[in-house]
Design a protein. Structure first.
Length: 411
């Protein structure tokens, strides 16, 4: 232990002699550690942001869209044909054990008017189950009830974006807005969800009872009065997703009389899988950013090796004198290895501070969420120490195995 302490003292004194050179040598490690921490923080922030957006769409969510059939050789695409109805939604809720809730929806663009203010937004006709499926909560007021749906009541629930643009900071609950010349009483405001994984503002919406939307806002479909734009379905749990899809597909085949080999007149999408792919992409990007930043640590390590080799050459006579007075090979090896590790460790500590500062600046000026974990800090610090050992070993070994006679004769 005393030998190690003495070696550290000698190493620190040697580094103080050439402070400027030591500082420039550490600069590569400082930049490398700071880059790793900042880039990993940016990647982790992007991953967390996508996770929040995925959670905001609802849990265990499946969407069933009408259409996706061919007509006269032309593929019409999802939603082109009114092939799903409110009765399909009721049948799925009743006959599919792996499904916990179903909400049929209709939608369209509307202009909402309140006093002298107006706002163009998207209106959706839904049922109360929609709130459960999408994991909505109320910021103020309450959601409409099943009785409101049965009675086609003229009530509406506003998203926060709509409420802000029409009412500012005042509570719109109980106020009356006009949608397509029809007065609607606002029963509440939804808690904001922010952007969806596809970049849409989930708060720029008005929710109406589906019966009211069909009869008094959008008008019923001329082919099928009970036709809907989509079915929002919630599985019992994540493990039931595939089973729920299989049960719904089989039931809709039976209800729509789709025979084997005939193309479906509906499309089932597992939104959790779609958005999970985006999350995986963000995680891969985070790893890639960290790997790219790690290259600068290696460059910093090469700088340490270069300076240590120069230092060994400059201190050849010192090495010879130490050997002459009894210093052993391991003492010389330890001295120069400690110098290299000290450079990299000090650079790592300063790099951590610079990396944390850079992460805060990125969050502030770029408005980009960053998340710096303790694990990333420890890994960057440990890697910087290993860089010192790895790139400092060769110069230290060269000094330790130097011939003492040649070293003393060196000019």
């Amino acid at each position: 232990m005393n030998r190690i302490v003495a070696s550290v003292g000698i190493a620190l004194r040697a580094l103080k002699v050439n402070r400027m050179r030591s500082a420039l040598t550490m600069l590569g490690i400082i930049i490398g550690v700071a880059a790793v921490i900042a880039m990993v923080g940016v990647g982790a922030g992007a991953t967390a942001r996508i996770q929040d957006q995925i959670q905001s769409i609802g849990s265990n969510l499946i969407i069933v869209l009408p259409g996706s059939i061919s007509s006269n050789g032309v593929r019409l695409g999802s939603g082109a044909v009114a092939s799903l109805t409110q009765d399909d939604a009721k049948a799925i809720a009743a006959d599919c054990p792996s499904v916990s809730a179903v909400a049929p929806t209709v939608r369209g663009g509307v202009q909402v008017v309140y006093g002298n203010s107006n706002w163009a937004t998207s209106a959706q006709g839904v049922t109360p189950d929609y709130m459960t499926i999408r994991d909505y909560t109320m910021l103020s007021g309450q959601f409409f009830t099943t009785q409101d749906v049965d009675a086609a009541a003229k009530v509406a629930v506003l998203g926060e974006t709509v409420a802000q643009n029409l009412f500012g900071d005042s509570d719109p609950t109980g106020q009356v807005v006009i949608i397509k010349n029809v007065p609607f009483t606002v029963t509440g405001v939804l808690t904001p969800k922010g952007q969806s994984p596809t970049g849409q503002d989930q708060d720029d919406v008005i929710l109406l009872p589906i019966s009211t939307a069909t009869q008094k806002v959008f008008g019923a479909n001329k082919v099928n009065a009970k036709a809907v734009a989509s079915l929002m379905v919630q599985a019992l749990n994540p493990q039931s997703m595939d089973q729920a899809i299989a049960e719904m597909t089989a039931l809709l085949h039976e209800r729509h009389r789709i025979e084997s080999g005939v193309e479906d007149d509906f499309t089932v999408r597992n939104l959790t899988e779609v958005f999970a792919a985006q999350e995986t992409s963000a995680q891969v990007m985070s790893i890639l950013l960290g790997a790219i930043a790690s290259v600068s640590l290696i460059v910093g390590g090469i700088g340490i090796m270069n300076i240590m080799l120069v230092s060994v050459t400059e201190r050849t006579r010192e090495i010879g004198l130490r050997q002459a007075v009894g210093a052993k090979t391991r003492d010389i090896l330890l001295q120069f290895l400690v110098e290299a590790v000290t450079l990299s460790v000090l650079g790592g500590v300063i790099g951590i501070a610079v990396g944390l500062t850079a992460s805060l600046l990125i969050s502030h000026f770029a408005q980009w969420s960053t998340q710096v974990s303790l694990l990333s800090i420890l890994l960057a610090f440990a890697f910087s120490a290993l860089v010192g050992v790895f790139f400092g070993y060769y110069p230290a070994r060269k000094a330790a195995f130097m011939d003492p006679i040649d070293a003393l004769r060196y000019e």
